[in-house]
Design a protein around this ligand. Structure first.
Ligand code: DGT
Ligand code: CA
Ligand code: CA
Ligand code: ZN
Length: 577
């Protein structure tokens, strides 16, 4: 899948156009950024779209016009974008890498390149270590410390890729393998199957009677950049998107055991193996063997492995050795919420405010396609002036439009809401009257994310206590691999939420996944309820629901814990409670 590489190129073009200054309008730069966001957020391969429907099909994508589609066509055909190459000669620094450092924009990066010759993240690390930045004009000690912090944060997430990037890639590789006619089964295992928020490498299990041909097919795939190891049963490759992928060929009679083993995680497996040993059995990736070396779990399903050991089968999301094995032994596993339970989405942006291109029609059509039948429209409030957030009049006008849309929409319901900013003192950015006109209120913190912990805690707790909030949006404000998010005493936040009946959001954007699994478990202990929302800014984002549901599963949530798992009447009734 070329999406993430292409998005990176378009983004870097935008960076370089910005550096070019007045020669290019803000509008042009924005066009590249918009296209990059669209492409990076797509679950389908743009190459496929182009091959099936040509430039016309590309131009139907939001934010993709004539210029962008011709860049995509060029990239598919030649593997290059000429405009990128030309600009790159003038700006020979790794802007994509450098701008990943928190607080580092293209202009700052270019300045450091001109002054110190910094071309890469590695160079930047050296410059910081040698304290070369603090003495530069316009930088100083504080700014050097900030860059250092950004680098440390980047290091933490190094080599781990967002699930939202890794999973579509894995699925597209799996699809190609199945279509090749060379394999009978292909299953994605490892952390990707467990739906961890980030993935270290992909693990794909295969059954095939044409082993050698399969391995040749794999190493010749367009997605593959380099071959790390190639053997009859195991091949490891480096993918172009910057991730490794392990392929393992498995015998039919070992498939269930292999799938269990390669799904992990490691600690879960170790614990399972101990249980086997206690039963005088041997568990490994080939099977579950008794003393006579007979395979007791020689099926294609991993359920047999669990059953034979006396455990109930459990969903991969639970397999993190956090107590799930004991529950499975006692046949007390929770019945986890499912993607199909999700009938509504309570955090959806529309083009009534500035950072979204969704029309109501597009939202309804895509959600119906996905089997959902109601959407809460949550456009930003006025403090988000960059996104042309709405003032009270703006909301009232939007609510009138929602009434009209509901009159026309068949089998679909829009709810009136807003993503209301929680201001510094914990008050809300919208008048009481407007809040009263909403079906429910979603409120989030978007500013001052670096404020000290006690100040931030007070701000959020004050907002929760106001009695005006129904849902707290993306509660920690983190962006995985980009920024840590706000610092708050989550115990105090959850306590205040419980006292005031506020629902916690699980934001399903792949870079947010906020709350995360640990916080979900913690919040559930406080007796809180949750909403799982896509925070869609484009219709294609509505597909992110699966990441949010998996995060909920990783936090062991059931359908009952989730206010929008079910129809709209059930949700509105739950709100009143
Ligand atoms: P990742 O790739 O870091 O995101 O995480 P995983 O869980 O995909 O880990 P990976 O790719 O190293 O290994 C895939 C699975 O193989 C892992 O989830 C469990 C199993 N596995 C790996 N190493 C061991 C081991 O030393 N012992 C046992 N019992 N299982 C292992
Ligand atoms: Ca892995
Ligand atoms: Ca692996
Ligand atoms: Zn937000």
């Amino acid at each position: 899948m070329i999406n993430s590489k292409l998005a990176e190129i378009l983004n870097e073009i935008a960076d370089m156009l910005e550096l070019e200054g007045e020669k290019y309008s803000r509008f042009e730069v924005l066009a590249y950024r918009k296209a990059a966001v669209t492409i990076a957020g797509m679950q389908e391969d743009v190459e496929e779209i182009y091959r099936k429907g040509g430039v016309e099909a590309l131009m139907e994508l939001p934010g993709i016009g004539k210029a962008m589609s011709s860049h995509i066509e060029e990239y598919v055909k030649t593997g290059k974008v000429a405009k990128y190459g030309k600009l790159k000669k003038k700006y020979p620094l790794d802007l994509a890498g450098l701008t990943q450092v928190q607080g580092m924009g293209a202009k700052k990066a270019f300045k450091l390149y001109k002054l110190l010759g910094v071309k890469s993240v590695q160079d930047l690390r050296k410059a910081v270590a040698q304290h070369k930045i603090r003495t530069l004009e316009g930088f100083g000690e504080q700014s050097e410390a900030q860059i250092q912090k950004g680098l440390a944060f980047l290091e933490e997430g190094r080599g781990r890729m967002l699930l939202g990037t890794a999973l579509p890639e894995a699925e597209s590789i799996r699809e190609k393998l199945l279509q090749s006619g060379l394999v009978e089964r292909a299953i994605i295992g490892g952390s990707t199957r467990r739906m961890r928020e980030t993935v270290g490498d992909l693990d794909i299990l295969l059954i095939s009677s044409k082993g050698a041909k399969v391995m040749d097919f794999i190493t010749s795939m367009a997605e593959v950049d380099g071959v790390i190891a190639k053997g009859p049963t195991k091949t490891s490759v480096r993918l172009g998107i910057g991730l490794n992928c392990d392929f393992r060929l498995v015998e039919k009679e070992s498939f269930g055991a292999a799938l269990q083993y390669f799904t992990g995680n490691k600690d879960h497996n170790v614990k399972l193996r101990e249980i086997a040993i206690k039963k005088k059995l041997k568990l490994n990736e080939y099977g579950l063997f008794d003393k006579k070396n007979k395979n007791l779990a020689a099926g294609e399903d991993e359920e047999e492995v669990y059953k034979t050991l006396g455990l109930d089968w459990m969903e991969p999301e639970m397999r993190e050795n956090r107590g799930e094995i004991d529950l499975a032994l006692q046949h007390r596993l929770p019945k986890l919420v499912k993607l199909e339970d999700m009938k509504g989405d309570l955090h959806v942006h529309s083009k009534h405010s500035g950072d979204s291109s969704n029309s109501f029609d597009e939202i309804a059509a895509e959600m119906k396609r996905l089997g959902r039948n109601y959407a809460g429209i949550t456009d930003h409030s006025k403090s988000e002036y960059m996104n042309r957030g709405l003032d009270d009049r703006g909301y009232m006008k939007e609510f009138a439009d929602i009434d009209a849309a509901n009159d026309n929409a068949e089998g679909f319901r829009f709810l009136k809401s807003g993503e209301v900013d929680i201001l510094k003192d914990g008050s809300l950015d919208v008048s009481r009257k407007t809040l009263d006109a909403m079906d429910y209120v979603l409120a989030s913190v978007h500013s001052g994310l670096k404020d000290p912990k006690d100040k931030m805690t007070e701000r959020i707790v004050n907002a929760l206590k106001s009695g005006q909030i129904d849902i707290l949006g993306h509660p920690t404000g983190r962006l995985i691999n980009e920024r840590e998010g706000l610092q708050a005493d989550m115990d105090k936040v959850f306590e205040a939420a419980k006292d005031n009946g506020v629902v916690m959001e699980i934001n399903a954007q792949p870079s947010r996944l906020d709350l995360n699994d640990d916080n979900i478990m913690k919040a559930k202990k406080y007796g809180l309820r949750f909403s799982i929302d896509t925070d869609a800014h484009r219709a294609s984002h509505l597909q992110y629901m699966r990441y949010g549901v998996s995060m909920a599963k990783r936090g062991w949530l059931t359908k009952n814990d989730v206010v929008n798992a079910g129809n709209v009447d059930a949700f509105l009734k739950k709100l009143k409670k």
